[in-house]
Design a protein around this ligand. Structure first.
Ligand SMILES: [Zn+2]
Ligand SMILES: [Zn+2]
Length: 561
């Protein structure tokens, strides 16, 4: 199926996730009827999505246009860029995945956890590789980020270069390999028609601290602590993990780590060489208690206050091997992602109750830096790449708007910038960049208990249940005789407490009784009509009495012959 929104020779650009949100990144580039997918991520929702573990992009467009898909190109191994790959592969046939460095290990690891998924071959690219397709050549530019092996993607087209940055910061003294600024300048001087750039920190002024500086400050911090150190960071931040390991060794501490994602990251990191732990410094968990406190660093997951992560359980004293106690120092080498502050505070409160020293990132202790460039970095990117047209990506709506302003400051014409939502299709041609139309790009909710995708209707129901409660009417009838056999009984959960509210309960039971009797007398009695009638009448009465709108469930047992 052709993309009918696009004119002949137009290049299509849109996202199925990542615009208006930080998460579930998935960008689509359509060049000469070929579909190139960049990233396939997940989004971790805040509390308002009840019981939902994550949100993934809507793959419907890709299902319908499967035969035109060339491949999935991965920028880096963060979950908001690779997390939905197993779900994508279940729905859509992808001929090939192109990924680099630890992204390859992380994807392979992920696929072993979803053994039902038939995985396509993974083509491992290096930063100097070039892939030729019809009317386009794809190449890569290494950039710095909070995870190793992050690559921006260049599409060299007839119209000029299209550059998708991926996630990046400018770090002139990175912990890992340096970014390829020369290549950025080169595509700029060749002519970049369109730039899509990371907007996460577009509201932040000033300089984002170099990762190597954080290493120094962690080392300095360690040298002042005399008890056990329990330190939490993102498992994917292998540079940070390595810095923590090095600081431990320098200060004569051995290292233990806890949390499933931390174990996985360390395994992948050691394979790829990003994490090095000299012999004798890695503790087996059973040896923990044999080591004096001042010789111990415990590296854990849970920097975001996640309730079941290692740190939360250590703070709860419900962890099997380690319990926080007086004399310990807990360091957060992270900042809370928006929405997680509450969970982090809960964990910190618990630690304070145990008289544990807590150090979070702040002016006194530099324990963390962002992996996303601030305004200064974003302007540098724009100035090097010099795009004619610009689409800010990877960010909530206000971040995209701020990024637009930065682009204008660096000389991009305001008319040449498009702010898009997920599903908005941009058409790029020699005549310019225009909004061409819209494709389906909903949020798909994944309930981790194995239910699979659940629709927004279920979310709405959960929301009503949590806010308004549930109200059941139980009645026994005989439909052949047209009789209500007992007075209906009422059960409520989370709506009103029944005891003490007998008056309301009675009134509602009487009302239900009237409705049911009347409905049973009707010539064309039907159980569904009866249920709907009970719901309608009770709903409006409850609204009058209580201003509430609970879910009403009529349970009718019909004892007809
Ligand atoms: Zn990232
Ligand atoms: Zn990201």
């Amino acid at each position: 199926m052709k993309n009918t929104l696009l004119k002949t020779d137009e290049i299509g650009i849109f996202s199925l996730g990542g615009l208006g949100e930080v998460g579930k990144n998935m960008y689509i580039f359509e060049i000469s009827d070929q579909i190139f997918i960049v990233d396939s991520g997940i989004l971790f929702p805040d509390n308002h999505l009840l019981g939902i573990d994550y949100v993934i992009p809507d793959f419907q467009y890709l299902v319908e246009n499967e035969e035109r898909i060339v491949g999935l190109f991965i920028t880096h191994a963060h979950e908001d860029h690779i997390g939905s790959i197993p779900y994508l592969l279940r729905k859509v046939k992808i001929p090939k995945i192109y990924a680099a460095g630890i992204a390859v290990d992380m994807i392979e690891y992920k696929l072993t956890e979803h053994s039902d998924v038939k995985a396509p071959p993974i083509d491992v690219y290096k930063s100097h590789y070039k892939y030729k397709f019809k009317d386009v050549e794809i190449s890569f530019i290494r950039l710095n980020h909070s995870i190793p092996d992050m690559f921006g993607i260049v599409f060299k087209t007839k119209l000029g270069n299209i550059f998708h940055t991926g996630d990046f910061k400018i770090d002139f003294s990175p912990v890992g390999p340096p970014a390829e600024y020369d290549k950025l300048a080169k595509i700029g001087s060749e002519g970049t028609i369109l730039l899509l750039s990371d907007s996460t920190n577009s509201e932040r002024e000033g300089i984002i601290e170099s990762d190597s500086k954080i290493g120094k400050s962690i080392n300095e911090l360690f040298s002042r602590i005399s008890g056990r150190i329990i330190i939490a960071t993102f498992a994917s931040n292998m540079y940070r993990i390595q810095q923590i390991i090095e600081s431990s060794i320098r200060n004569g501490r051995k290292i233990a780590f806890f949390g499933r994602s931390m174990e996985r990251a360390i395994e992948v990191g050691r394979q790829s060489g990003y994490i090095k732990i000299p012999k004798g410094f890695l503790l087996e968990n059973e040896d923990l208690n044999k080591i004096p406190d001042h010789k111990l660093t415990i590296l854990v997951t849970g920097s975001q206050g996640e309730p079941f992560a290692a740190l939360s359980r250590i703070a709860d004293r419900s962890h099997r091997q380690i319990q926080a106690r007086k004399g310990d120092t807990v360091i957060f080498s992270s900042s809370p992602i928006p929405g997680n502050q509450e969970g982090v505070n809960r964990t910190i409160n618990k630690l304070f109750r145990l008289d544990v020293e807590v150090i979070t990132h702040g002016p006194i202790a530099d324990t963390h830096t962002s992996g996303h460039g601030s305004q200064h970095d974003l302007k540098l990117m724009l100035s090097l790449v010099k795009p004619k047209y610009f689409i800010p990506v990877h960010g909530e709506h206000r971040m995209l708007i701020h990024h637009r302003d930065l682009a204008i400051e660096t000389g991009v014409h305001p008319d040449n910038i498009l702010i898009l939502d997920n599903g908005d299709v941009a058409g790029l041609s020699a005549n310019g960049l225009r909004l061409a139309g819209k494709v389906q790009a909903d949020d798909i909710y994944i309930d981790g208990t194995g239910i699979g995708d659940i629709g927004s209707a279920v979310i709405r129901e959960r929301k009503v249940l949590s806010e308004e409660g549930l109200f059941a009417v139980i009645a026994t009838i005989d439909s052949t005789k047209g009789e209500l056999l007992t007075k209906p009984s009422i059960v409520s959960r989370g709506f009103i407490y029944m005891r003490g509210n007998e008056e309301i309960t009675n009134e509602l039971a009487n009302l239900a009784s009237d409705v049911i009797s009347k409905e049973l007398q009707k010539k064309h009695y039907h159980e569904n009509n009866l249920k709907q009638k009970v719901i309608d009448v009770l709903q409006s009465k409850i609204k009058d009495l209580t201003l509430r709108n609970p879910i009403i469930i009529p349970i009718i047992s019909d004892l007809k012959e």
